[in-house]
Design a protein around this ligand. Structure first.
Ligand code: FES
Length: 338
């Protein structure tokens, strides 16, 4: 018999049949429940069971500590509701509350950003709101599955019916090879959104942003929104790329400093740039750049990180080595889209 799951402290609730995971039932009801892997390994969906019973699909012990298990934490992506359930999902209290919209749209523009990254503009039939850092799923008829792309702008004056995305070419990937093969302007596509947990949590501590490759999109979006919302916090933004030909939006990223109320530091870093190329900026991996930042910053900041999984994992390890506890690390792992 269908019952419901109630989320505290917000008190929002949604119907639960117990036939699908609590996470999926929340998402189906349009609730932006925090999640990432959906298979019980990342711990992002972790919530405390206040009352009621759940049945585990897989053993939650992989992603939860023994203390968390004792404290009745569960993984909603791996739990079925058994009757009415109350869950404490602290992160959801401040979470942006945008209804999930399913609409269609049309590619109305494209611009090359680097040799393998395109900016694509999509005009949607039904305009919708998102928070900077979130993403949408795009589906093109005739191509398999939806692809997730982050909204690449967070400026307050952005159009509500036109979204830009940064798409990196994946050699051999069905979607991106199709997109890069010829001018696809005018193509119709399905758009569902917004999704995602990479929005700027309210706080006063410094913000560390780290982006790699096309992971720049949500970070740029968060920075633009912070500028336009006049967020009074110190920001450090480290952007990692291979060589100068992989750099883009450099002027936009640097120019943010001019309109910032507090301190804003932008560090582009190249990992494979030829020694004699004349590049005078930072060299090395983003983790090398972070190692040179004040420990005080690394142990007090909130971190927002987006890029290839190996980069995100390396940054998480580096920060957690300094600070094992705390909900300060927010990330989106960009998998190459086939
Ligand atoms: Fe990763 Fe549930 S979403 S553990």
């Amino acid at each position: 018999t269908p019952t419901s799951v109630t989320i505290l402290p917000s008190g929002r609730s949604f119907p639960a049949t117990g036939k699908d995971s609590i996470l999926n039932e929340a998402l189906a009801a349009g609730i932006p429940f925090p999640h990432s892997c959906t298979v019980g390994t990342c711990g992002t969906c972790k919530s405390r069971l206040i009352s009621g019973k759940v049945r585990e699909i897989t053993d939650a012990a992989i992603a939860l500590s023994s203390q968390e298990l004792k404290d009745r934490y569960i993984l909603p992506c791996q739990s079925l509701a058994r009757g009415a359930v109350e869950l404490d999902v602290a992160d959801l209290a401040d979470m942006p509350d945008h209804p999930l919209v399913h609409t269609d749209g049309e590619m109305v523009g494209k611009r090359g950003l680097t040799h393998d990254i395109l900016e694509v503009t999509v005009r949607v039939d039904e305009p919708f709101e998102y928070s900077a850092g979130q993403y949408a799923e795009l589906t093109v008829d005739g191509l398999s599955g939806p692809r997730s792309y982050s909204f690449a702008t967070g400026a307050a004056d952005r159009p509500k019916d036109e979204f830009t995305f940064f798409v990196r070419r994946t050699p051999g990937g069905e979607f991106t090879e199709w997109l890069f093969a010829e001018d696809r302007t005018g193509t119709r596509l399905g758009v569902v959104g917004p999704f995602g947990n990479l929005w700027l949590r309210p706080s006063a501590v410094p913000v560390l942003c780290v982006a790699g490759g096309s992971g720049l999109a949500p970070i740029k979006s968060i920075l633009e929104a912070a500028r336009d919302d006049d967020v009074r916090r110190d920001f450090v933004f480290v952007f990692g790329a291979r060589s100068t030909r992989d750099l883009y939006c450099l002027e936009e990223s640097a120019a943010l400093a001019g309109s910032w109320g507090t301190s804003y530091t932008f560090v582009p870093a190249l990992s494979e740039e030829a020694p004699d190329s004349g590049w005078s900026g930072a060299r090395g991996m983003v983790t090398d750049v972070l190692a040179g930042l004040p420990t005080e910053l690394l142990t007090s900041c909130d971190a927002y990180v987006c890029g290839p999984p190996a980069m995100v994992d390396a940054v998480e390890q580096q920060l957690r080595a300094l600070r094992p506890e705390g909900n300060f690390f927010h990330a989106d792992r960009f998998l190459d889209k086939k």
